[in-house]
Write a protein that binds this ligand. Structure first.
Ligand code: BG6
Length: 535
């Protein structure tokens, strides 16, 4: 990689300054759910990384609110313990950690009591008077049922009112509703108190560098966009495969299932990034409007284009694991899907007739999130003995995680006197070009909400459009329970019916694999190539 042009050479640094040049103003971050896992594992570690990167304002305070009766000292100790489990003690930047913990205050309180919000107002007044901090970012790291009531209480207590140039913003975690009507009701409830530009609905996939990179890839390069349409693209495959099971979340998962847990939020964000039209600027609303238009153009998904799955027992990484129905808090005859494969159509000029296949599931053979764009075959067989349909297809694969990068597969002549063609791949891995950045994936999201950039957050209309696209399917599944569960073994690539979904269109899924570029769609050709492609 020695001769490679680096990011600074090509001006990416300048671009990043254009996009992210703002320093946050002074602010108090109020975390509801301060004792919860999300706060400990993601929000506070992200704050720590922001301190290290000097991305927080000097006048900054954190107020943690939760029902546990503990002191600020005890809260801070529990957070210190957590950061020590995430980062080896020798690598913790003591100065940065102490900078943060010295700005923290814990408030034991019941989210449902009006009195909590009066006390909170007193704490915020203190920050105003003593530290000259008037802006407030409320972070609702709590269960879904508290979103509406907390926002209403904040409104009643006057805490969402923006005056004298000071802003008030609210971050809302996933899940944003569990169907179209609950998402609409929640939007109506919070929009009764806040204006849209005060609301930051999180989809943590948008915090992933590689997801953000999709827009740069598409719109900061000249080579992709001319090919990015139905004239050149045969189909797109979006895969989010996990090896973990439900990890003690059985109760939550039973009520939600793979479709609602992953598709209208995370996978639709990937879909929107891939499919959207170019925005007129990187302004939040310009980008979000284009994403919303794309999601609105998704056909309502028919049950014939969907395959649910549920894992049975099997072997993952050499370990025998139990089936979903034996997980804690899961019904022994559960009909909840832990896997879903879908075929989507997008009703617009660019994508008419191009299928987007999606699949996501737990306990699959490898952990990988990727988007594979398969290009059309050349129109005729120029080369002797290579019928065009036997040539490996060109595939552009965007690897979102864990091995972040991008690869392009194409055909090359095998050295020798004969014309023999093989599929080969060019690969770009983030780790080869960029210094690894300490991240839990929430840093950019928190930083952006502090600077008031909502580009990476979901707007009300996008959320509703996504629920609308899957509503017919969830209704149909609620009535016709899949009879053949469990229908895939833990550690496999998912149910056989998912293969049939593509086979009926004369296509096949790419292998679920974490560690090599895709070079061919045809398994027989892939086998001959695999040995030659360096991972
Ligand atoms: C969450 C889902 O939103 O995303 C989980 O509720 C899922 O079920 C997780 O495991 C996947 O996120 P990531 O970042 O690990 O790919």
């Amino acid at each position: 990689m020695g001769t490679v042009t680096t990011s600074s050479d090509i001006g990416a640094e300048t671009a990043s300054k254009v996009l992210r040049g703002r320093q946050p103003q002074s602010a108090t971050l109020v975390i509801f759910g301060a004792g919860g896992d999300l706060t400990k594992r993601l929000v506070v570690p992200a704050l720590y990384h922001l301190v290290r990167a000097r991305k927080l304002p000097d006048r900054f305070a954190v107020i943690g609110v939760d029902h546990n009766d503990q002191t600020t000292e005890q809260w801070s100790q529990s957070l210190t313990k957590m950061i020590q489990t995430l980062t080896p003690a020798s690598r913790i930047d003591a100065a940065a950690w102490s900078w943060l913990t010295h700005r923290m205050h814990y408030m034991p309180a019941d989210f449902m009591q009006a009195e909590t919000f009066t006390r909170l107002e007193r704490q915020l007044a203190k920050q105003r008077e003593q530290n000259d901090i008037a802006n407030v970012l409320f972070y609702l790291a709590v269960g879904e049922r508290f979103f509406g009531p907390i926002v209403e209480q904040l409104g009643h207590a006057g805490l969402t009112k923006q005056s004298g140039g000071a802003w008030r913003r609210v971050i809302i975690e996933k899940p944003f509703g569990h169907d179209l009507s609950s998402a609409k009701a929640l939007n109506a409830q919070i929009l009764g108190v806040l204006s849209e530009d005060q609301i930051y609905r999180i989809d943590h996939f948008l915090g992933k560098e590689t997801v953000q990179n999709i827009l740069v890839l598409r719109f900061a390069n000249g080579i992709f966009e001319p090919l990015w349409n139905r004239d050149h693209i045969d189909h797109v495959q979006i895969t989010a495969a996990e090896t973990i099971g439900v990890e003690g979340r059985g109760r939550f998962y039973e009520s939600i299932g793979a479709l609602r847990d992953m598709v209208p939020n995370h996978l639709f964000q990937l879909l929107a990034m891939i499919g959207m039209e170019p925005p007129i600027s990187f302004d939040a609303d310009a980008v979000r409007s284009k994403k919303t238009e794309l999601v609105q153009a998704v056909h309502s998904i028919s049950p014939d284009d969907a395959v649910p799955g549920q894992y049975g027992s099997g072997v993952v990484f050499g370990q025998r694991v139990q089936g979903y129905r034996h997980e804690p808090n899961v019904a022994p005859d559960s009909k909840t899907e832990t896997y879903v494969a879908l075929k989507l159509g997008i009703d617009n000029w660019r994508w008419a007739g191009v299928p987007f296949y999606m699949r996501t599931g737990k306990r699959l053979s490898a952990r990988t999130t990727e988007i594979a764009i398969q290009f059309r075959q050349p129109p005729y067989a120029l080369f002797r003995d290579t019928p065009v349909e036997r040539l490996p297809a060109n595939i552009l694969t965007l690897r979102i995680q864990p091995d972040e990068g991008l690869s392009v597969s194409f055909n090359a002549k095998r050295p020798g006197t004969e014309i023999e063609i093989d599929g080969v791949a060019m690969d770009f891995a983030y780790r080869d070009y960029f210094e690894p950045v300490e991240t839990v994936g929430y840093e950019t999201l928190i930083y952006d909400s502090l600077i008031g950039d909502a580009t990476l957050f979901q707007r009300a209309d996008t959320v509703e459009a996504a629920w609308r696209a899957v509503q017919g399917l969830t209704d149909s599944w609620a009535q016709n329970h899949a009879a053949d569960f469990p229908n895939y073994a833990a550690g496999s690539a998912g149910p056989a019916a998912a293969d049939r979904l593509l086979a009926r269109d004369g296509r096949a899924w790419l292998p679920i694999s974490a560690d090599h570029p895709h070079t061919a769609i045809r398994p027989d050709i892939a086998a001959s190539i695999a040995a030659k492609v360096t991972p």
